[in-house]
Design a binder for this molecule. Sequence first.
Ligand code: PEP
Length: 252
Amino acid sequence: MSRRPYVAANWKMNKTASEADEFLDSFLPSQSADGPEVVLCPPWLALERVAGRCAGTPVRVAAQNMFYEDSGAFTGEVSAPMLLDIGVDGAVLGHSERRQFFGESDESLALKVPKAIEAGLEPILCVGESRAERESNDTEAVLSHQVLTDLAEVHSDDLGKVVIAYEPVWAIGTGLVATPEQAQEACEFIRNLLRTRDSERAGQVRILYGGSVKPDNAGELMALPDIDGALVGGAALDPADFGAIVAASSAG
Ligand code: PEP
């Protein structure tokens, strides 16, 4: 089953709209439609600017979060129709920083993921174990709980619309990278979990690795059989570094 490589830039709480413009001035001209699928995930206030400038280019845009209701008394939240209205294509859901600092739960993700799909947004669902969970051999239990709970309400026919990012929490922003063996083992485990939902569509799901991906380690990770791309934080803030990761992913 061939899956188009997929590389996403998670800018987290970095870049004003004008700083995003500077990034795009440098990055957009290097992107072509025959490379990997490239998705930028800017913070809320740069989202409309980035979506506007990427319209008509091969680069797509995702939010870093989304709420599961369309509107109402939910102060501080942003809904799927609001994102669609400004030309956003997807949403990162369940990033470990949302889970760790903002109380994101698997129960709420079980509502957000199907909501995104129903609205026509591509969910990039993040899962991954902490260092303590890996050291106590709980990685598979954590991944099973997260994947099966968060996707529980996704219809099997829609499974191929989900992108999953395996991001071991201990590798995010730390400079520690999972070894190719650890990354492949976890991503293969996730794909086997998806097979328990739908064996055919499990083969369509893009599974990304995230955690200190840099230009010099991207190629090796992307070449692994169950890794179809990367979710990149720190190295995605620089257009040259992110461009080099995109280039390494096409070759992988
Ligand atoms: C992330 O933000 O999802 C991430 C993987 O960050 P970094 O690449 O900086 O580890």
